[in-house]
Design a protein around this ligand. Structure first.
Ligand SMILES: Cc1ncc(COP(=O)(O)O)c(C=O)c1O
Length: 441
């Protein structure tokens, strides 16, 4: 064990092989700009924006100062039958850039504490909406294979990653579309793949199976992230929207990853020009600085619930930390930075360099597919016989030792650097990763 380390015994780490990790820990003690510092004094280039969240880069003084000011002015106040001004101010700021075209923005904002909470909130809003419009038989929720919607019971029920589901019971009344990965027709694609729009017709199949009158909502990630980066085939999201409209099903985009500039637009909704009824966000909302999520709802959904006696609570849902003042302060300062530095446009500016650099890894040993969209990349490696995930894990550890943070899921490497990345740092990512993949057994 390295000197000056605290005992590692008590902290039960999330999504981590605890026993393996604690024998050879990877520990960060600082971060600035595009780089972390480790406890043994090395720097590590952040190829993943933390966990897809630090879009404006690390150590932003403006955010830290806004949080400090807020904490010394009003640290906490309840949000149930009470309010504080900064939550309204933040919601108003978000409404201005909300997903959707002008005049049809999803500009009603419900605050949560995380992406998982945003997902469960959106699913509950969808069911409550259906009941409010006289469609109370609609309680079924449709997700998609390989989807990731956090770790609440709602999220794992509509999610489609087996490791997150197999040990736990799920909500009754959920079902799943097929995933859109089709490496035979769509290999090594930049942007949206050509083939697979027809996979959206799976929703018609589920309508035929269950009856439209049982289905409240369909939730998908516009670009599936955690499963290993699956951009939507051309026409797929449009088709899904059409089928939802035809059958009175609400469409939810889970934009926890794609929200706040990742694709070169404020939201994937804007990028793809397909407008859902609800959008879930978190992560980049506060630059990852404080935990917070937000659900954006259309006026249609919101207004349908603003009924009944005026003194009646319209939605029996909310969290102690909904609209936490310090998180709101962090969020407003984050939006200021996004705006003043034009960060939502950044991925589009460097798209060509990003695509070209990442796709230059084609041809290296074990690389079976590469997918890029916005400032995201998925690099798929062939699994070792009988040891799925082991090859990518070794690449992850070797990259870390050589000063690069990547993320892996199964045998897929996912990259999603802060939007402030410089062109030279794209080169650095590819140089280190290329070397490590080439040496991987
Ligand atoms: C699409 C999506 N939804 C939900 C979540 C869950 O967010 P959180 O970890 O903040 O609960 C994530 C996290 O990566 C995500 O990628």
């Amino acid at each position: 064990m390295r000197p000056n380390l605290p005992s590692l015994d008590s902290y039960w780490m999330p999504f981590t092989a605890n026993r393996q990790f604690k024998k050879a820990p990877r520990l960060f003690v600082g971060a600035q700009g595009m780089r972390y510092t480790t406890d043994d004094g090395r720097t590590v280039l952040d190829g993943t924006a933390g966990l897809w969240c630090v879009n404006a880069g690390h150590g932003r003084r403006q955010i830290a100062e806004a949080v400090e000011r807020q904490l010394m002015t009003l640290d906490y106040a309840p949000s149930f039958q009470m309010g504080h001004t900064i939550a309204f101010e933040f919601a108003e700021r978000l409404a201005k850039i909300a997903p959707g075209p002008d005049g049809h923005k999803l500009d009603r904002v419900f605050f949560t504490g995380s992406g998982s909470e945003s997902v469960d909130t959106a699913l509950k809003i969808a069911i409550a909406y259906q009941r409010a419009v006289g469609q109370g038989t609609r309680t079924r929720l449709i997700g998609r294979e390989r989807g990731y919607h956090g770790v609440g019971f709602g999220g794992i029920s509509v999610g489609g990653l087996v490791n997150n589901r197999r040990v736990f019971p799920q909500l009754p009344g959920t079902d799943h579309l097929r995933h859109t990965f089709d490496p035979v027709r769509n290999g090594f694609v930049k942007g949206q793949p050509e083939h697979g729009a027809e996979l959206a017709d799976d929703l018609e199949r589920l309508v035929a199976l269950h009856g439209a009158e049982t289905i409240a909502a369909c939730i998908v990630e516009p670009v599936a992230g955690s499963t290993g980066v699956l951009p939507p085939p051309k026409g797929y999201l449009e088709r899904l929207r059409g089928i939802c409209d035809k059958h009175g099903i609400l469409l939810i985009f889970d934009e926890v990853i794609t929200g706040f500039g990742r694709l070169g637009s404020p939201f994937a909704t804007d990028h793809f020009g397909v407008v859902p009824d609800l959008v879930t966000t978190a992560k980049g909302l506060t630059n990852g600085v404080l935990p917070m999520g937000a659900v954006f709802a259309s006026r249609k959904v919101h207004d349908a619930l603003m009924h009944g006696p005026e003194g009646a609570i319209e939605l029996f849902h909310g969290y102690t930390y909904s609209g936490h003042p310090a998180a709101c302060a962090a969020g407003i300062a984050t939006l200021d930075i996004y705006e003043s530095e034009g960060l939502f446009a950044r991925p589009a500016e460097i798209q060509a360099e990003w695509d070209e650099a990442i796709h230059s890894l084609k041809g290296l040993p074990h690389v079976t597919d590469i997918r890029t969209i916005g400032l995201i990349a998925g690099i798929e490696l062939a699994p070792r016989d009988g040891a799925v995930g082991a090859r990518a894990y070794d690449v992850f550890v070797d990259c870390f030792e050589k000063g690069l943070l990547i993320r892996t899921t199964g045998d897929i490497i996912a990259l999603s650097p802060p939007l402030v990345i410089e062109r030279g740092q794209i080169g650095e990512i590819v140089e280190v990763l290329g070397r490590v993949i080439a040496a991987a057994a």
